[in-house]
Write a protein that binds this ligand. Structure first.
Ligand code: NAI
Length: 686
């Protein structure tokens, strides 16, 4: 039973009951319709509608979006509720989102707990509200507020919703308040659909379109939502709802909505693979070694999750720096209102920085985040193994170094895994959990358990140069550098990739993270690089000139007053390198640039999956979206490849292979999937 009915005197109590989140599927729609009939037949004087369990209703059941819609349709159900002779009162606790919020709009009166969450997140799934949201909301709260809420997908607390009139009353016990509501109040309440829209000027719509274009670049759904809001000003409710419904149905089949559904369900499904049978060690005390960029961020992420942290550094000065880094992160959170003073104090109390490895005795987990140098890492793990005790799980945050080689320095290499965090480690959601040849299931499971505690998205990765993410990144950068030497400029490459949907292009991103990191990595790879492979030394020359990126005021761009500006000196250097390489430069369109860079990444990722470094194509989607800024609305790198079509991707790679057979050799996975006519996401080994 997705909807239950209970009668008490003259009041009908209708409860949405479809665990875990009261998603609105066919059974619930039918149940609601039946409840309207029943309330009328039994002649109750009001219906109080609430949700069972954790909330009111978290929205339409997105799993039904891949199938033809089954009647009764939500708009019809809600029109029945709104026009019923019996007034309905929404009593809201927890989430009332999307279709859940639309149900509330169809009720005659809305009462919410202060901590309820009410909003229209449809655009986050690439669709628009499909059951009157865009037509009723502006009638209830005015167009300006509706333009703020629906195209952004953001949710409001019950308290904030009361502030704009989205709910009529805030109460600790919404059901009791609904019961106590005066008949006169209810009688005076006008159905939302019968109200006039408070109009907004054309400028407000233009501003909303600009905001959507900036914050949700490349996405169509927010703009369509704005069109529907504009329509609400000009046509009657029924007509607006018809257009809204058509828009919703056409969008939900489109590429954007399918990609966003894919990544949404992939994110929710990210967890320890069944093949790792062990349960991990619960982490309540941890050690972090190294208190620089990564170590301090990791320590803070652990503190946020209630874990006690001992941070180990080399000397008193480094201890003081690490302490200042962590204090700074706590202070920033406090200033931003993310934690209160008591929370800040609790975090400070859970944290200690020291040079004394004895303090790491008995910790559940020790995470190393020291310099990217094998000798330094070996020395650190030797000390950890002596200090911690035999049961401590050991982890390295290395970006590129061989986890097997790091583990080989231990008496028991099975206790070591890679835990590859992303900067800033307390914010970025992705955690690559790297399985070394010897890593025990228990150590891996500890990593997955930690990801859950930290609310991060875990992805299992195998050992190779760069694991999943940095291996793709290295190929992306190499392909971009090749474009430079063949005729593009850094600004053209960056513009092409922001046009594709990245928040920033590869050169601006390098300027932010520092050119020295990639440079050091290229030096490390010198020994193993194929001498026949084209090598572009532009980045090396910038580093030689001390241009390490934004931190030195110049990198691929100049930052004279902190603002990015194209530097003619870099363009001259690029042309000079082309001349040295004997290349006749030619123009590349933005489409061609994006085409090549995306194909380079897909082909590399195909190798990563084929080699077993990644378990599934969807894992690569998670890594590219959550660690590297691949546009989420494209569903991740491999989802994008599937939407383009494997055969077409393969054709594209083969065309480029004629230019450079070494670099563009098509991945075996692409060849196999194209031959078998299957999508990358459907490929499994063997
Ligand atoms: P960093 O240079 O900011 O910090 C390294 C810290 O380690 C310094 O505070 C240094 O004093 C300390 N340290 C060095 N030797 C030590 C020792 N023997 N014992 C204790 N502490 C020692 O470096 P960052 O960026 O934090 O990188 C650390 C590790 O994380 C590297 O392996 C790096 O590849 C990896 N990583 C870096 C990312 C980034 O975006 N910066 C992202 C993911 C991983």
């Amino acid at each position: 039973m997705a909807v239950t009915w209970r009668r008490d005197g003259m009041v009908g109590f209708v409860e949405l009951d479809s665990p875990p989140v009261n998603a609105i599927g066919q059974a619930m729609r039918q149940g609601l319709l039946d409840a309207v009939d029943r309330a009328e037949a039994e002649g109750v004087s009001r219906v109080i509608l609430s949700g069972a369990g954790r909330g009111f209703a978290a929205g339409a059941d997105a799993k039904e979006f891949d199938f033809p819609p089954e009647p009764p349709h939500l708009p019809d159900v809600l029109n029945r509720i709104e026009s019923s002779a019996v007034p309905w009162i929404a009593a809201i606790h927890g989430p009332a989102l999307g279709g859940g919020a639309e149900i509330a709009l169809a009720c005659r009166y809305r009462i919410a707990r202060a901590d309820a969450q009410i909003g229209f997140p449809e655009v986050i799934l690439g669709v628009v509200p499909g059951a009157g949201g865009t037509q009723r909301l502006p009638r209830l709260v005015g167009m300006e507020q509706a333009l703020d809420l629906i195209p952004s997908g953001k949710a409001l607390s019950g308290q904030a919703a009361r502030g704009i009139g989205l709910v009529d009353m805030v109460a600790d016990d919404p059901q009791a308040a609904a019961l106590a509501l005066g008949d006169d109040v209810l009688a005076a309440a006008v159905p939302v659909g019968a109200r006039d829209v408070t109009r907004a000027e054309a400028a407000a719509f233009d501003a909303a379109r600009r905001t959507a274009g900036r914050k949700m670049r490349g996405q169509g759904a927010p703009l369509r939502a704005i069109d529907l809001l504009a329509l609400a000003q000009d046509v009657p409710l029924a007509q607006g709802m018809t257009v809204e419904r058509e828009t919703f149905l056409s969008l939900r089949q489109g590429a954007e909505a399918r990609a966003l559904r894919h990544i949404f369900f992939t994110e929710r499904g990210a967890r320890q693979p069944k093949s790792i049978a062990a349960s991990g060690r619960a982490v309540t005390r941890a050690a972090v070694v190294g208190g620089g960029t990564m170590g301090s961020g990791i320590a803070y992420a652990l503190l946020n999750a209630g874990i006690a942290v001992t941070l180990l550094e080399t000397d008193a000065a480094a201890v003081a720096r690490a302490q200042a880094n962590v204090d700074g992160l706590i202070a920033t959170s406090l200033k931003r209102g993310l934690i209160d003073e008591a929370g800040a104090e609790a975090r400070r109390a859970r944290f200690a920085a020291t040079t004394d490895y004895g303090a790491a005795q008995g910790v559940d987990l020790a995470i190393e985040a020291v310099f990217e140098d094998m000798g330094v890492k070996h020395a650190v793990f030797a000390r950890l193994q002596a200090a911690c005790g035999p049961d401590t799980v050991l982890a390295t945050n290395t970006s590129y170094l061989d986890v097997n080689q790091i583990a080989a320095g231990l008496d028991d290499p099975s206790r070591l895994v890679g835990l590859h965090f992303f900067a800033p480690a307390h914010i970025m959601k992705l955690l690559e959990i790297v399985r070394g040849d010897a890593s025990s299931d228990e150590a891996l499971a500890t990593g997955f358990g930690l990801a859950k505690t930290l609310r991060k998205i875990p992805v299992l990765a195998g050992v190779c140069d760069g694991f999943i993410g940095n291996r793709i990144l290295a190929r992306y950068r190499e392909a971009a550098d090749t474009l430079l030497i063949d005729g593009a400029t850094p600004a053209e490459v960056d513009a092409a990739m922001t046009g594709f949907g990245y928040a920033m292009g590869p050169y601006e991103a390098q300027d932010l993270s520092g050119l020295d990191i990639a440079h050091a990595n290229r030096r490390r790879q010198d020994a193993t690089r194929d001498p026949n492979r084209r090598y572009v030394a532009i980045g090396d020359r910038l580093v030689a000139e001390g241009r390490l990126g934004k931190k030195t005021g110049a990198g691929w761009y100049r930052y004279d007053d902190g603002r990015k500006a194209v530097d003619p000196a870099v363009e001259a250097l690029v042309r000079d390198e082309s001349a040295r390489a004997g290349v006749t430069r030619r123009a590349f369109s933005a489409e061609e640039i994006a085409h090549r860079l995306v194909l380079a990444m897909i082909n590399e990722a195909a190798g990563i999956l084929w080699d077993g470094i990644a378990q599934t194509a969807s894992d690569i989607d998670l890594v590219t979206v959550h660690g590297y800024g691949f546009p989420r609305w494209r569903g991740g790198l491999m989802c994008h490849a599937d939407q383009v079509g494997v055969a077409q991707v393969l054709d594209g790679v083969r065309a480029l292979e004629r230019e450079d057979p070494l670099v563009w050799r098509p991945g075996d996975l692409l060849v196999e999937c194209a031959a078998r006519g299957i999508a990358l996401r459907d490929w499994t080994r063997g």
